[in-house]
Design a protein around this ligand. Structure first.
Ligand code: WTA
Length: 649
């Protein structure tokens, strides 16, 4: 496996960057030559067709392929016996599983046939709710093999959240597990699915894999065991199953839906298509991490998030890499677990989130005692801004000052990394994501959408937009294209608006400062303030609420909720109990990841005379800045602010 598109020097980066902007079609057609196509034409004629007004973005439309043939089949002759996935179980004493490309290919072919036998067809939506086990990868690729659209839901979401997503995607099939091991916990996934299915009339089939052997209810005619279904295929087809052709897909056919939070209440289904996503994940994987064949790559994300989709499943497998997949959590059985895994499997690249780094830092140096870590060559971070202290700790104590750190900025909507240094090739700058990748044209704009040209101190500061499409950009939001237009393409004309604020220095490096919209980033997990408010407002006795983010030492951002209760439910002495009820309610509606860190009961929210909640003030109070609240003269009732200030917890 070699990568003709791998950038090997700073000079080459500049050349490729320029080429990619001047002739995007030519540039990406060149990269596309490294892949297997059923039919390459006509993309060499019309590689890219786009406008950001509808919006409509089409890369290589008319060309045909199946992404799993690129992930698996094309590697069989050359690296078929190389590990594709090394799986480290939650319990360090349980056996490691290694799946070579040949083994993974066989499992995917068999499971694709299971899906066919159960009636799944091209274009059908399949919801996947599983723990971090190799079968999750098999399920994802099994769907892609037959052209079904997968929608993976993170295990930390509640039954209600799953039900909303099933309804929105009109999913007819579910793949799940009896349960999932995470640290000392056993999460009853199937039981949560059963709750999500109460009243659902669309789902026809639930395929259940056994992992924890937690007792589950199995409903005749709807629920089937994964193992039985695979056995049927193996017994009836034997090796023939390997010859069943994968579905031929158009370059622009949808590959998956992934739900993510925005500034409005309901999460939206971000849609990625086949060829563009394939190119983008491979290209960014190889270049950002400077992956070399044979290296062991460890991405600590969950496949329920975009990072897991792009840098555990698709990017690494497309590049023929060896990917380490970890079922558990960084602090179990102790806070040295990541470092044990690095040593046990001789990990070369570690890709994790600042929140994990900060949390491990807080345990001090003890967990690092007797850890070797000398196999590490490259470190990466993703998901939120990394503070300098965490960056230096990562550099000194994990990378021993010899591993480049890549600070990778991107989003669910971008499919893969957009702004990052390239390990050892372009320079790093602590807490800066640095330079855009080829194909990416970022610009900072002011409130009016004008490009920022005035320096503030040593840098430009503005809202981060992208002015041309790269292959991995989202194509739509499922079932509601207008929402996609509104959310990303209507704030500034002819630009994709990221929702992030950023600085840019005079060398063209970017530093992402965080969201400027009502999206929270809690431990690297995206949540909408409106989404959390809706959940709080569902509790009996709540009149209204306002949710803001505040700086949190470990999580990056914490959730601060101001809640107005009606008199009947307000028993001062029971405040603690009421708060617990509130947490239980939010857990039930969205999931444990959305539980507020702080709750303050107030008699009213600060509102303008036109009834708008003044979040600016709430944010300041949450940040502990009680003195400097700015202009409060437009408030309907300024006394409310005094009460909020006094009652601050
Ligand atoms: C934030 C995760 C600073 C950002 C891949 C973005 C970052 C949101 C970085 C997307 C980074 C991600 N530095 N901020 N390196 N990476 N973000 O969709 O606010 O879960 O808009 O995708 O995370 O979160 P999402």
């Amino acid at each position: 496996m070699s990568y003709p598109f791998q950038i090997k020097s700073l000079e080459q980066y500049h050349i490729d960057y320029k080429k990619s902007l001047e002739d995007p079609e030519g540039f990406w057609s060149g990269v596309a030559d490294s892949f297997e196509w059923r039919k390459k034409q006509p993309f060499s004629k019309k590689g890219l067709d786009w406008n950001f007004t509808e919006p409509s973005v089409k890369w290589f439309e008319g060309a045909k392929l199946n992404i799993t043939e690129n992930c698996l089949d094309r590697h069989l002759d050359s690296i078929g016996d190389r590990p594709a996935i090394i799986w480290e179980p939650n319990d360090p004493n349980e056996k490691v599983r290694t799946l070579t490309y040949k083994v993974l290919h066989k499992k995917v072919c068999e499971f694709a046939q299971v899906l066919r036998n159960n009636g799944v067809k091209k274009g059908d939506r399949v919801c996947i709710y599983m723990g971090m086990i190799p079968e999750l990868v098999v399920a994802v690729l099994g769907c892609a093999r037959i052209g079904a659209i997968h929608s993976v839901i993170f295990g930390g979401f509640s039954a209600q959240s799953i039900a909303d997503r099933l309804y929105d995607a009109e999913a007819e099939y579910i793949i799940t597990c009896d349960g999932a091991f995470r640290g000392a916990k056993d999460i009853p996934l199937k039981s949560i699915i059963d709750d999500a299915l109460i009243g659902n009339r669309t789902v026809k089939r639930v395929i259940v894999h056994t992992r924890t052997r937690t007792p589950v209810s199995m409903i005749k005619g709807r629920d089937v065991w994964w193992r039985d279904e695979v056995e049927d295929v193996v017994e009836s087809m034997h090796e023939e199953v390997l010859k069943v052709p994968a579905e031929e897909m158009d370059a622009e056919d949808p590959l998956f839906i992934l739900y993510t939070s925005g500034s409005t209440g309901k999460p939206k289904g971000v849609v990625h298509t086949t060829a563009g996503y394939m190119l983008w994940t491979t290209y960014t994987f190889v270049n950002v991490f400077q992956y070399n064949p044979g290296d062991v790559f460890f991405c600590t994300a969950d496949i329920g998030w975009i990072t897991g989709h792009s840098y555990i499943v698709y990017g690494p497998l497309l590049a023929g890499a060896t990917c380490l997949m970890f079922e558990g959590i960084p602090t179990w059985p102790d806070a040295g677990r990541f470092w044990d895994i690095v040593d046990k499997h001789k990990v070369n690249t570690l890709y994790t989130a600042p929140t994990a780094i900060r949390s491990l830092m807080s345990y001090g140096m003890d967990p690092l005692k007797d850890k070797d870590l000398s196999s590490l060559k490259v470190l990466g971070t993703v998901g939120e801004p990394i503070n300098e202290e965490a960056w230096h700790w990562y550099d000194e104590h994990i990378g021993k000052k010899k591993c480049p750190i890549v600070d990778t900025w991107w989003q669910t909507e971008t499919g893969g990394i957009l702004i990052s240094n390239l390990a050892g090739v372009t320079p790093a700058k602590p807490s800066w994501a640095t330079l855009p990748l080829p194909g990416v044209k970022p610009v900072l704009v002011d409130e009016k959408g004008e490009e920022v040209t005035e320096l503030t101190d040593t840098h430009y500061s503005g809202n981060l937009c992208l002015t041309m499409p790269w292959p991995g950009i989202l194509r739509t939001t499922w079932g509601d294209h207008e929402r996609c237009r509104q959310t990303y393409f209507s704030t500034y004309e002819n630009k994709y608006f990221t929702g992030d604020g950023a600085f840019k220095d005079e060398e063209g490096n970017f530093r992402i400062t965080g969201r400027v919209d009502d999206v929270l980033n809690v431990s690297g997990h995206r949540l909408g303030t409106a989404e959390v408010e809706n959940a709080i407002n569902m509790m009996a006795g709540v009149v209204e609420s306002a949710v803001v983010g505040y700086p949190h030492e470990l999580k990056g951002q914490g959730i601060y909720a101001y809640v107005v209760l009606d008199g009947r439910n307000r028993h001062e002495e029971d405040d603690q109990l009421t708060k617990q009820d509130l947490l239980a309610t939010v857990s039930r509606i969205i999931g444990p990841i959305a539980k507020p860190d702080k709750i303050q009961f107030v008699s009213a929210l600060p509102k303008t005379r036109s009834g708008k909640i003044m979040r600016r003030i709430l944010r300041k109070v949450a940040e502990g800045e009680l003195e400097n609240l700015g202009d409060t003269s437009t408030l309907l009732d300024p006394a409310v602010v005094d009460e909020i200030k006094e009652g601050k917890i």
